[in-house]
Ligand binder design. Structure first.
Ligand SMILES: [Zn+2]
Length: 530
């Protein structure tokens, strides 16, 4: 039986070995110092940031000791930028915000603001507890005041991903039927009478007239960041319109909080989703795409670190760790401890990824496209070890392509897809899309394979290795790469032949790449840079 003493001795020995292995000093202070120095010198490649909510500004940053403690935590976690939030239902006190901002600036941090649009005004008929009805003019007035206040304090403001509406009150319903969004004194025609038409028109114009313009009037230097949530297949239903909003805002941010697939409350999203959404929005946003954002809810240390890896592999220039207060409790401290140990490797990988262009199988999701019964199918196809290149425009020049019912949003799909297939390119098409394009697109060519999703994308996780090996062999042929591996692997391929393989299985995986065999540890990754 282990006594507490032997546990301490064993732990001490492990810690000593880890420190020796990493060539670091044994003292915690200098270890924190080295991570902070590394973070500062790596900021141009990749930066870690955190967010302090308005309530945390009040509860955790109101004393000198609280501020010192937050600064110390950030330095030990390689965090060099903080978002200090002015509003989250509750509006933080100006003096408290200024004091916290000054303290972080004095210690060499970058400091920006944040607004979370919960409980702004008239409650939505949908998610009543948090979301508002933005058809309501007094709610628009309140919203504008919230952003004017924030712009008076900060030159950059993140908007957390509650910037949507699901309200269907009589006022919203009348406006939807009238196909007219009213914002302040102005009216804007919606293209149709669906909820999606109305909410997108409303949120685009409320953003322009009640957020961006008033904030810029108060502070001409201000940059506003729209942070898109992780649920990409429903954006349009709630008024997130990724083309116009990305064009209007100064920067965009991406939710990469996949959490634990098996978690009862938060689960159901596989790890690869973070990569898919970050690359897809990165393609839409280009240089405006600032970073990813993940949290500790419903995670284990392994999934938390996987969120970090997917965010970095997807080319994010910043990882926002939401949020300081949550990372101090529940699963937070263990997650942070695991992350800190990985940060040097994450920064190194971020540097390699940033120098290279990804190649692989185009994965086509047009903006505002409807998932029907294939919700988030891309995430599960990515889990099969296919190196996807997410895109929002038809991938005419891609060497190989994956197509799902989402592609039906493209008015020229039949012609585009027919030409793609006629060019002899490997084409993987879902059974759902095949059903809807039959008669319009010739699918009986040798380079076309139908993927049986059966309206249940998660069923793809159960495909045996023989099936996924066969699909990879066909799809990777023009890339002159081969991968034999179990299902539930991430495969990331770069133009110069560099690659990363990540194993999402709980067991080590035997992997054969271009004929050479290696073992990837359980929930681990390997990378090969040329
Ligand atoms: Zn309403």
């Amino acid at each position: 039986m282990r006594t507490p003493e032997t546990v301490i001795v064993v732990l001490g020995a492990i810690l000593l070995l880890q420190c020796v292995a990493r060539g670091q000093s044994q003292t915690r202070t200098s270890n924190a110092g080295s991570l902070w120095d590394l973070a500062r010198s790596s900021q141009k490649v990749h930066r870690f940031s955190t967010l302090l909510t308005a309530q945390q500004v009040r509860d955790l940053l109101s004393s000198e000791e609280g501020i010192r403690s937050a600064i110390d935590w950030c330095k030990k976690t390689a965090v060099t930028k903080v978002y200090i939030e002015t509003f989250r239902g509750y509006q933080a006190d100006r003096a408290a915000l200024q004091k916290a901002k000054g303290a972080f600036l004095a210690e060499g941090f970058e400091v920006s603001g944040c607004v979370t649009t919960v409980n702004v005004g008239k409650p939505s008929t949908g998610w009543k507890a948090l979301i508002s009805c933005y058809t309501d003019l007094p709610t628009q007035d309140k919203l504008q005041a919230v952003f004017e206040y924030a712009a008076g304090l900060f030159d950059e403001i993140m908007i957390d991903d509650f910037w949507f509406t699901d309200c269907a009150c009589p006022q919203c319903d009348a406006a939807r039927k009238a196909k007219t969004a009213t914002v302040g004194q102005k009216t804007y025609p919606a293209p149709g009478d669906t909820w999606e038409d109305y909410r997108c028109e409303l949120m685009v114009n409320v953003s322009r007239d009640r957020v961006l313009a008033p904030a810029r009037k108060v502070n001409p230097k201000v940059r506003l960041i729209i942070k898109y949530p992780q649920w990409y297949d429903q954006f349009h239903e709630r008024g997130y319109e990724v083309i116009r909003e990305t064009a209007d805002f100064d920067r965009i941010w991406v939710g990469t909080e996949t959490r634990d697939y098996a978690d009862k409350r938060w689960g159901g999203t596989p790890q690869y989703e973070a990569y898919f959404i970050m690359r897809w929005l990165g393609g839409i946003g280009g240089d405006k795409c600032g970073g990813g954002w993940y949290d500790p809810y419903g995670t284990t240390e392994r999934t938390y670190v996987e969120q970090a890896r997917q965010t970095v592999l997807a080319g994010a220039r910043e990882s926002t760790l939401f949020c300081y207060g949550s990372l101090l409790k529940d699963t937070g401290p263990k997650n942070v401890e695991a992350l800190r140990a990985e940060i040097p490797e994450l920064l190194s990988v971020a540097g390699e990824v940033g120098k290279r262009q990804i190649v692989g199988v185009a994965a086509y999701k047009p903006a505002n496209s409807h998932p029907e019964k294939e919700r988030r199918v891309f995430d599960f196809v990515g889990m099969m070890g296919l190196p996807l290149v997410p895109c929002h425009q038809f991938p005419t020049d891609a060497p190989a392509g994956f197509f799902s019912v989402h592609a039906l949003k493209d008015a020229n799909l039949a012609a585009n897809l027919s030409a793609f297939i006629a060019a002899g390119k490997p084409t993987l098409i879902t059974d759902g899309l095949a059903e809807q394009v039959k008669g319009k697109v010739k699918l009986d060519a040798a380079n076309v394979r139908v993927l049986n999703v059966k309206g249940d994308p998660k069923s793809l996780l159960a495909l045996p290795q023989a099936d996924v090996d066969a699909i990879r062999a066909m799809m990777l042929q023009p890339l002159k790469v081969s991968l034999k591996a179990p299902n539930k692997m991430g495969f990331y391929l770069f133009r110069d032949g560099s690659y990363v393989v990540e194993n999402f299985n709980d067991e080590a995986a035997k992997v054969e790449i271009n004929g050479a065999t290696q073992t990837v540890p359980a929930r681990g990754w390997t990378h090969q840079w040329k």
